[in-house]
Design a protein. Structure first.
Length: 257
């Protein structure tokens, strides 16, 4: 991997997470700590980030909001995510057991579930999602066990694997940092990817909720191959090439409006 490629990935991770450590980057990129430190020092000289003890943080307005990473993500493409959430809600049926990841797009879907008089079991790795849904008496809400990290809405790790394998999941609704036809659904957080792979493996049906900014992008780790996706909901028309590929794999694509 060339230096420019590495630094673009580091910047992408920082933009999403707010902060990152040298150890995290060495694990994610499989590169020596000395090389990562050199990259971070050079990027700081170029005004791309702020070096911290043992890592780095984003520079600019977002650096003042590191502890609000989830809130920052939740504001991005909110209207598009709302449309996708509404379209996804039409795929929820009375009596189902559904699984929601901790993404901000699934949180938009959860808002419609919160207001519905529909008996459902909702399993989720999203802390904010579980807290919101527990107020609906029609719902049985189960939160997946695991590690809660600073500035994260997600439960991470594999402590909840046994629970997930004991429950019959009708539909998994999930989002991703990136999607392309080669890699499928991918993310940069190895902690979340581990759990999402289990989620995909236990669900009878997988519905991907992706706003247009995530389409035809790539990230570090795949958690769902394209052939593991049953339905994809987005907010804009995809390219003819992507649509033809999804059609060839019998993957339904839906544009929310």
């Amino acid at each position: 991997m060339f230096a420019d490629q590495r630094r673009n990935i580091i910047l992408e991770i920082l933009t999403e997470k707010g902060t990152v450590t040298v150890n995290e980057l060495t694990s994610l990129l499989n590169i020596s700590a000395a090389t990562i430190r050199s990259d971070l020092n050079q990027m700081e000289k170029q005004g791309m980030l702020i070096r911290t003890h043992g890592g780095a943080m984003v520079k600019g307005e977002e650096s003042d909001a590191v502890d609000k990473k989830y809130e920052i993500r939740e504001k991005k493409f909110r209207e598009e995510k709302h449309q996708i959430g509404y379209a996804a809600f039409k795929h929820v049926q009375e009596g189902q057991c559904i699984l929601l990841d901790a993404s901000t797009t699934c949180f938009e879907l959860a808002k419609f579930i919160r207001d519905a008089k529909m008996r459902l079991t909702v399993v989720t790795s999203g802390i904010a999602t579980a807290a919101m849904l527990k107020e609906n008496p029609y719902l049985t809400v189960i939160i997946v066990g695991g590690i809660v990290r600073n500035s994260s809405n997600s439960v991470e790790g594999l402590l909840g694997e046994e629970l997930l394998r004991k429950i019959n999941i009708d539909v998994l609704f999930t989002s991703a940092y990136a999607f392309n036809t080669r890699d499928g659904l991918s993310d940069f957080s190895l902690y979340e990817v581990e759990l999402k792979r289990i989620m995909v493996s236990v669900a009878n049906r997988v519905v991907a909720l992706l706003d247009h900014s995530k389409i035809n992008k790539s990230s570090i780790a795949t958690f769902a191959r394209t052939d593991q996706i049953d339905h994809l909901i987005t907010d804009q028309e995809v390219s003819e090439e992507i649509r033809d590929y999804l059609d060839s794999k019998d993957i339904e694509i839906e544009v929310a409006n």
